[in-house]
Ligand binder design. Structure first.
Ligand SMILES: CC(C)(COP(=O)(O)OP(=O)(O)OC[C@H]1O[C@@H](n2cnc3c(N)ncnc32)[C@H](O)[C@@H]1OP(=O)(O)O)[C@@H](O)C(=O)NCCC(=O)NCCS
Length: 371
């Protein structure tokens, strides 16, 4: 058995990929999807496209654990933030179901720890995704993390919204929210942020790391500027993504919040809800709801134009509302449903037929490394 480590954006990664990428992805996919209902995972082609790209904000590595018969039985993606949180290593790892409980997970984790130590990092963080109804005691990732000394930092839930969304429903949500947002306006665009707006976008994106719930996670404010916004958008485009942004503009012209919806050419059947933020000082105006309604309306209009977005029609079938940060563990389904963003605004509009389904829990855990 041995572990291969390749850094993305290097010639070695491309050489590795031609021999190993497919079996690496197979192990990762099998490990992460096993036992979960409707998992939302990065498609192979999106990760393959990332192989040749380095980014300025973090260094990224793929690990593969290969057994003596040259089968990849474990896989990991490992990230070293470079502009902030430089004490941290974030990772995702999985062992193929047929190869579990033989120490492979521990071996992979040890390799992640060794990389962390080599780069003077002192904290490991990872996410554990499991189906919503699955108790944590029965989840392999939770048992493994507990056995290896990780502690819980934050729990989120993911909800899926079936598309297309009824335009009348969106219009009704908007109509009811608007009186709370007097003086504010919502501005939307498709694709790259206009150059003159990138500094303001950077300010909002930095606040995503301080104003969203962090629970007990150790995480310092992210460092964003216009160049990082440009870099991130170029990276998204190179990986085959398209995206829609909405910002809320306060009565004095300041930007008060934003949201983004993303579509990947490699997973055309869904849209992904990315960041949504309303700055603390602008909360209580229903801006989060108005922002989400605006991006849903905007992407429908853009896609409706046809042209190069024809495939996005298919994407209207589902929005995977990923990583909607919720405060701490929601223990009862009823309780979680009560936190669905639209419910508290218009409980009478979200009946059983409205297609918003709680799918998944995500738990972020971390472990400190001894210096
Ligand atoms: C979590 C995962 C990577 C563990 O891989 P693995 O090769 O089975 O891990 P190991 O054999 O090294 O297990 C080490 C210890 O973790 C604990 N553990 C792992 N899986 C467990 C399970 N299903 N139930 C209870 N304890 C478990 C045990 O203490 C085990 O030691 P033991 O076998 O001597 O009792 C694998 O189950 C997996 O891919 N799960 C889905 C993806 C995931 O949750 N990834 C996040 C990992 S941080």
């Amino acid at each position: 058995m041995h572990i291969d480590v390749v850094e993305l954006g290097t010639p070695a990664a491309e050489a590795w990929a031609s021999r190993w990428f497919d079996s690496w992805y197979e192990a990762l996919y099998a490990g992460l999807s096993h036992g979960r209902t409707n998992p939302v995972l990065y498609p192979a082609e999106r990760l393959r496209a990332a192989l040749s790209r380095a980014t300025s904000s973090e260094r990224r590595f793929f690990f593969s654990l290969v057994d003596d018969d040259a089968h990849v039985v474990g896989a990991a993606r490992v990230f070293l933030p470079g502009l902030d949180n430089t004490d941290l290593v974030q990772f995702e790892m999985a062992v193929a179901p047929s190869a579990r409980r033989r120490g492979h997970g521990t071996a992979l984790l040890r390799a992640v720890r060794d990389l962390a130590t080599a780069h003077c990092r002192t904290l490991l963080q990872t996410d554990l995704d499991r189906s919503f109804d699955q108790p944590s005691q029965q989840w392999s990732g939770s048992a493994f993390a507990a056995a290896r000394g990780f502690r819980l930092g934050l729990e989120d839930v993911r909800r899926d919204l079936q598309l297309p969304t009824d335009p009348e429903y969106l219009a009704e949500l908007e109509r009811r929210a608007l009186p709370c947002a007097e003086g504010y306006r919502i501005s939307t665009w498709f694709g790259h942020t206009p150059a003159e707006d990138r500094p303001r976008m950077a300010t909002l994106m930095a606040r995503m790391s301080t104003d969203a719930p962090l629970g007990d996670l150790t995480y310092e404010p992210e460092a964003w500027d216009a160049d990082r916004v440009t870099d991130q958008e170029q990276h998204l485009a190179a990986l085959g993504n398209q995206w829609w942004t909405a910002v809320a503009v306060a009565p004095d012209g300041a930007w008060a919040g934003y949201t983004q919806l993303q579509w990947s050419a490699h997973a055309p059947e869904r849209l992904e809800q990315e960041d949504t933020l309303v700055l603390r000082e602008h909360r209580g105006h229903r801006l989060g709801l108005l922002l989400k309604v605006a991006t849903l309306q905007k992407c429908k209009i853009t896609a409706g134009l046809g042209s190069d977005l024809a495939q996005a029609d298919a994407a209207h079938r589902m929005v995977g509302s990923l990583a909607e940060h919720e405060r701490r563990a929601a223990t009862r389904r009823q309780h979680v449903l009560a936190q669905v963003p639209f419910v508290d605004v218009v409980p009478d509009l979200l009946g059983a037929g409205d297609g918003l389904v709680v799918r998944q829990r995500r738990v972020a855990v971390e472990v400190g490394l001894r210096a």
